[in-house]
Design a protein around this ligand. Structure first.
Ligand code: NDP
Length: 234
């Protein structure tokens, strides 16, 4: 059955692969972007997830065009790395406002219509470092760990309404975010990953579409690693 899907940050990287995977299976897909083009076959809305009014406007536009959002993929995210003792107030709050509060704004906005429709899927794109930790990423890891508590609380609030809320925790995926890492760090991370390589964005997308499917209806409050074994035991 075709669903209405909203992917935040669906214009590039992992979000783009997720949007393409939903389009390929015949869903109606909306993506948020901040000024770039929307991918082919998707309905694009401009939205900065740090702006509550923009989030509300994006949902209104999508609802008007495609109907209520039944599947929310909270994917938009940023890094701003530096060591704890050098991290500014702004570096911390900006990353948390985008990665965690931005996801909360979208989940809150999506929930009302999901409850009314008695069906919904929320998937939060976290990171292996949320539970594993990462030097230089106190802000990012805190925001990604926060998504776990959020998804699990949403599960406890809305689980009986046929709404699931899960977290996908990718390891290192080939996107602009990882391309920005110094080459020697990239090699270190590959060595630390049992799979010995970074993943393609499509390998995350496959897990996300599965979590949004009817087949995964009894999976909720879960953290699904897609990390080549990097975070085993976390
Ligand atoms: P990219 O940097 O390639 O893309 C980030 C996306 O988020 C872009 O679409 C960007 O939009 C959007 N975005 C950033 N800030 C905002 C904002 N304030 N409002 C709306 N959209 C915003 O990242 P990836 O594709 O690599 O990452 C996607 C998600 O996966 C992120 O949450 C990231 O933390 C997570 N992740 C990535 C990993 C990796 O190895 N790549 C590993 C683990 C997790 P715009 O184009 O307008 O900038």
């Amino acid at each position: 059955m075709a669903r209405t899907v909203l992917v935040t940050g669906g214009n590039r990287g992992i979000g783009l692969a997720i949007a393409e995977a939903f389009v390929a299976q015949g869903d109606q897909v909306a993506v948020t972007h901040r000024g770039s083009e929307a991918p082919a076959g998707t309905f694009g809305v401009t939205c900065d997830v740090t702006d509550p009014a923009a989030v509300d406007a994006a949902f209104k536009t999508v609802e008007g065009e495609l109907g209520p959002v039944e599947v929310l993929i909270a994917n938009a995210g940023v890094t701003d790395d530096t060591l704890l003792m050098r991290m500014s107030e702004d570096q911390f709050t900006r990353v948390v406002d985008t990665n965690l509060t931005g996801a909360w704004r979208c989940a809150k906005r999506a929930a009302t219509r999901m409850v009314r429709g008695r069906w919904g899927r929320m998937v939060f794109i976290s990171s292996v470092v949320g539970l594993y930790g990462s030097p230089g990423q106190v802000n990012y890891a805190a925001s990604k760990a926060g998504l776990v508590g959020m998804a699990r609380s949403i599960t406890r609030e809305l689980g009986s309404r046929n709404i699931t809320a899960n977290v996908v925790a990718p390891g290192f995926i080939d996107t602009e975010m990882t391309a920005a890492l110094p080459p020697e760090r990239q090699e270190e991370y590959k060595k630390a990953t049992p799979a010995g390589r970074f993943a393609a964005p499509a390998e995350v997308a496959g897990v996300v579409t599965w979590l949004a499917s009817d087949a995964a209806g009894y999976i909720t409050g879960a953290v699904i690693p897609v990390d080549g074994g990097l975070g085993m035991g976390h």
